[in-house]
Design a protein around this ligand. Structure first.
Ligand code: DI6
Ligand code: FE
Length: 403
């Protein structure tokens, strides 16, 4: 049973679901690794004798947490939207800009025009910034291509990026993100194109692990979203949804009805929707960066999510329009200051519950059999990860058992 390596002299926050303290703290801990999995975890004095003699890494008293997981990003895109940010500061709303053909459409234009290499180059810095904070799994959505070739270009770029950077990736097909200009006034025809042409080709090429849509007054209706979900299910792909961000369109309830992995945003979600999510096991993904950047004031229903025991995940929503953010640690802080989550809830939101939001059962907490993905931190207590902002105390990243 001897492992490939042991990590000793660490303070560990396992983030186990049943941890009474919310963190699962182990003082003077040790983790033994075999291949890319955790073979043993506990206090150093209990480390079985078999592990003597294997390669030993001394953590020098650093903290270990599960590797961070960013479960909702639009990281692969071209260009930026700084000018639109200025317009909003002068009084235009996000919806005004979208209706005037700016917003998502301007990123679609830039992304369609970029070659795959250019798209990769522009996106690489964003991924590197996230990884520097101990990220070991990321989800990346398409949705700035809105035609088959461009959506495939984005998903292929995501795959190439993940290989280059050494990170676990889940890709999501978000063809129903916005109406492309060539389908102006013909939303139902575009949804037919997504369901009958784009989604089948992308699923057959193995380029997507899940399917997402934007259900909103400025995007797609519940009926159109349901058609996309039906198509996803025909190809055995799980679904997720951008739901109830700007208005209560009953999106979260619809997502739950289709057994969605997650419903994301939720600022305007109703109690009925929260109840439906609880019953379906749908994770709530909260995106404080978008809330902050749009200067939103309508808080997601945190108390209801707690009351109905819906798991809460936190993510960057990294995208050029509403959350140009490449720091998951900053999102921890904002989840606490803006949404009043506790630091332990916020940390569970970027580890254990973020894994659930991706349908991944082998990571997000440190336990025997889980992936050996963890981060080392120069901190005095894990609450500091949410407390400090603008700092990066990550001093090591172990990915699949390797530093
Ligand atoms: N919700 C979001 O947060 C992003 N997409 C979406 O459906 C924003 C997209 C953008 O403005 O570029
Ligand atoms: Fe998003």
């Amino acid at each position: 049973m001897s492992g490939d390596a042991v990590w000793i002299n660490a303070r560990i926050a396992t983030l186990a679901a049943d941890a009474a303290d919310g963190y699962g703290l182990i003082d003077d801990g040790a983790i033994a690794i075999s291949g890319d999995r955790i073979a043993w975890i506990g206090t150093r004095r209990d480390l079985p004798a078999d592990y003597r003699g294997v390669v030993e890494h001394d953590c020098g008293g650093a903290w270990i947490t599960p590797g961070l997981i960013d479960c909702h990003t639009h990281l692969v895109y071209a260009g930026d939207r700084a000018a639109e940010f200025e317009q909003r500061l002068l009084g235009a709303s996000y919806e005004d800009i979208a209706r005037a053909g700016g917003g998502i459409q301007s990123t679609v234009k830039a992304t369609r025009a970029a070659s795959e290499d250019e798209l990769l180059r522009q996106s690489a810095g964003r991924l590197a910034a996230l990884i520097a904070e101990g990220l070991t799994t990321i989800e990346i959505k398409s949705g700035y291509g809105l035609d088959l070739a461009s959506e495939m270009k984005i998903l292929n770029t995501a795959r190439r990026l993940a290989r280059q950077h050494g990170i676990e990736l889940r890709t999501t097909f978000l063809g129903a993100h916005a109406l492309p200009p060539e389908f102006a006034g013909r939303a139902d025809d575009y949804i037919a194109e997504v369901c009958e042409h784009m989604l089948p080709a992308i699923a057959t090429a193995g380029l997507a692990d899940a399917v997402d849509a934007f259900c909103e007054t400025i995007a797609f209706t519940r009926e159109q979203t349901a058609r996309v979900f039906e198509a996803a299910q025909r190809f055995g792909l799980p679904v997720k949804l951008h739901a109830d961000q700007l208005s209560d369109s009953g999106g979260a309830a619809l997502a739950a009805q289709y057994g969605a992995l997650s419903a994301d945003h939720l600022e305007c979600a109703s109690e009925d929707s929260v109840r439906a999510m609880a019953q379906a096991g749908t994770v709530a993904v909260l995106l404080p960066g978008a809330y902050y950047f749009l200067r939103d004031t309508h808080l997601p229903p945190i108390a209801l999510l707690r009351e109905h025991r819906v798991p809460i995940a936190i993510s960057t929503d990294c995208n050029p329009g509403t959350s140009p953010c490449t720091s998951l640690l900053l999102m921890l802080n904002m989840a606490c200051t803006l949404f009043r989550l506790t630091p332990a809830e916020a940390l569970a939101g970027v580890t254990r519950n973020a894994a659930l939001a991706l349908g991944l059962r082998d990571r997000g907490q440190l336990a025997v059999g889980m992936r050996a993905d963890f981060a080392l931190w120069d901190i005095g207590h894990p609450a500091e990860l949410a407390y400090a902002f603008g700092a990066n105390p990550c001093v090591g990243r172990i990915f699949g058992g390797k530093r």
